[in-house]
Design a protein around this ligand. Structure first.
Ligand code: UT7
Length: 350
């Protein structure tokens, strides 16, 4: 069984910078509120028409593939994590296959929101370990700016999110190698699924009962999937009970990081760099304190990019590596928590 390793990493963020002050044009908010509660100073928004979740993913992938020293034709499996796909279906994976003129390889889309990248990495890791694939492209990408409620009603969500993409190429580490992914740990608790969710369009029909159903004609029943009412009630935008998410996140982040460390016989002080999902700087600070980590052990870049959900970990990992904060042999921990709830960690030797 081969361990897998990250052979190449890349990131892409759109050029357009949106500051907290820019957002005050659309909603009742302030730079002070956003910085104090989240640590975010600015984020990037994709070009409205020429950039999509897929195109940004492709840009990040090109860099990761080049750094791995291979070509798109060498990739033998794609895993794409996002909550803001180009289409409701098909997923972005096949769009990457088409855009990069890859062979007729498998393409899988992962829908685990903030934990999406770590889930995707874990799936890729299993395929490498079994020897099924040799070059797996894992992408996390989001174009949030297209689907946010920019009125004051949606301000608790819309100020947080930003656009961008990150990608890695996973390969077998080689028989004698001590580097690579040591372990991954995946969790979920669906009890609070609606606490952070985009309800519609969807097939849940949550707001209707069977008794009421008898009163509707076919045209009205069709509207249960998508209707003006849903738009009016902002159900087509992400909804979040922020404090409830925060409360759970600060428990599950340390828990899943400790799970990874314990599994491999390490302690928090052994971590060279922790890359937490960039949800909120206050959450990352809380986790740092709880685990007794020094400032230089935790990498944050939410200040520049906001929360880019499935893209946040590969973007942060890529920047940390580019800034030479991660070197060969370093112990790196990735950890995520978000909608679902789902949470996950990965421990790797770089
Ligand atoms: O990656 C996905 C996972 N998501 C997360 O991890 C998010 C976790 N939660 C959070 O990061 C925080 O809960 C938020 C940043 C979303 C909100 O911060 P908070 O300190 O929990 O604020 P709150 O929701 O309790 O709201 C406090 C006040 C409210 O006003 P009142 O009722 O006290 O008058 C909100 O209406 O702040 C108000 N508010 C805002 N004010 C200015 C909410 N959003 C804004 C805003 N600007 N953007």
């Amino acid at each position: 069984m081969y361990r897998s390793k990250i052979a190449g990493i890349g990131m892409y963020v759109p050029e357009h910078v949106v500051t907290n002050n820019d957002l005050t044009k659309y909603m009742d908010t302030s730079d002070e509120w956003i910085q104090e509660r989240t640590g975010i100073k600015e984020r990037r928004y994709a070009h409205r028409t020429s950039e999509t979740t897929t195109t940004m993913g492709v840009e990040a992938a090109k860099i990761a593939i080049e750094r791995a020293g291979i070509t798109p034709q060498d990739i033998d499996f794609i895993i794409f994590a996002t909550l803001s796909p180009d289409y409701y279906f098909p997923g972005c994976g096949v769009l990457v296959q088409r855009a990069m003129k890859m062979k007729e390889i498998g393409a899988l889309d992962v829908r685990n929101q903030c934990s999406g990248f770590v889930y995707a990495l874990s799936v890729a890791d299993q395929f490498i370990k079994t020897g099924m694939y040799k070059n797996i492209l894992v992408i996390g990408s989001e174009k949030h700016s297209f689907g946010l409620d920019f009125s004051t009603r949606g301000r608790n969500v819309s100020v947080i999110f930003g656009d961008g993409a990150g990608a890695v190429v996973l390969q077998p580490a080689g028989e004698d190698s001590t580097s690579g992914i040591l372990s991954t740990h995946l969790h979920s608790d669906g009890e609070s699924a609606e606490i952070l969710a985009m309800y519609n369009p969807g097939t849940h029909a949550n707001h209707w009962t069977d008794q009421k159903l008898a009163d509707f004609d076919e045209a009205e029943i069709a509207q249960m999937f998508f209707s003006h009412n849903m738009i009016d009630k902002a159900q087509v935008f992400p909804n979040m009970d922020g404090p409830a998410v925060f409360k759970k996140a600060v428990v599950k982040f340390p828990e899943v990081i400790m799970e990874a460390l314990n599994k491999n016989g390490y302690q928090p002080s052994d971590i060279i760099v922790l890359i937490p999902h960039q949800a909120n700087l206050r959450i990352a600070e809380f986790v740092q304190k709880k685990l007794g980590l020094k400032d230089e052990q935790v990498y944050n870049n939410i200040q520049k990019y906001g929360n880019t959900t499935a893209a946040s970990i590969p973007i942060a990992l890529c920047e940390a590596w580019q800034e030479e904060k991660i070197k060969e042999g370093d112990l790196v921990c990735l950890a995520a928590f978000g909608s679902g709830f789902t949470w996950a960690s990965a421990l790797l030797k770089w």
